[in-house]
Design a binder for this molecule. Sequence first.
Ligand code: F6R
Length: 245
Amino acid sequence: MKLIVSKDYAEMCQKVARLFAAQITLKPASVLGLATGSTPVGMYAELVTKYKEGRLDFSAVRTVNLDEYVGLTGDNDQSYRYFMNHNLFDLVNIDKANTHVPNGMAADPAAECAAYDQVVESMGGVDIQLLGIGNNGHIGFNEPCGHFPVDTHLVDLTESTITANARFFATMDEVPRQALTMGIGTIMKAKKVVLMASGKAKAQIIRDTMFGPVTPNVPASVLQLHPDALVFVDEEAYSVIAAEK
Ligand code: F6R
């Protein structure tokens, strides 16, 4: 695991965007594993800028997203499909047929999850996987629990995640309680993993992820075992580690 500290959020986004741009340039048909949430928004904006400047071509790029809320359609502005369209896919020359987000409206979630794993497999796995991290250490929506789930699965979101997600919804009742998420096994199979964290609220969990025990109680801690995992933080997210030095 390598830690890259940036002075602020903007600098962190520029660095991560450069990494993704290099990946796409070197391998135009790359499979990008993508995340939603507030953390990657600035990184996607940097990629869009590079595209608009003519420095990046998404025409052969393929993507798989980590997760989707159960019960939200793709045109619901809180769905992760909507987020991806709005922050990246609609703004670059990607072929939407090459973009994949789990279907949160699937009548048979187990079949949808199995089909999603097949999609990832059929593309030859993920070249570079972007991750945010929950305050409780979740990656994707792999919540702290007694084991590391391997495959894409239906998950009951924890109270801590529901509370954190509530900021995007008008009322507490609207916040989804379940999601479909890629499993830890699929994330760990990605050739390269890039985790981003910004702000003081993430400082303790970043410390536990990198220097605590590898345990499913802190799902992101499994990344200590990945051969090519990069952790990008700003100074605030680095502050607990810095204080221990
Ligand atoms: C989103 C996802 C989540 C978020 C995490 C952090 O696709 O998989 O694990 O990355 O909840 O969210 P933010 O960035 O909003 O703090």
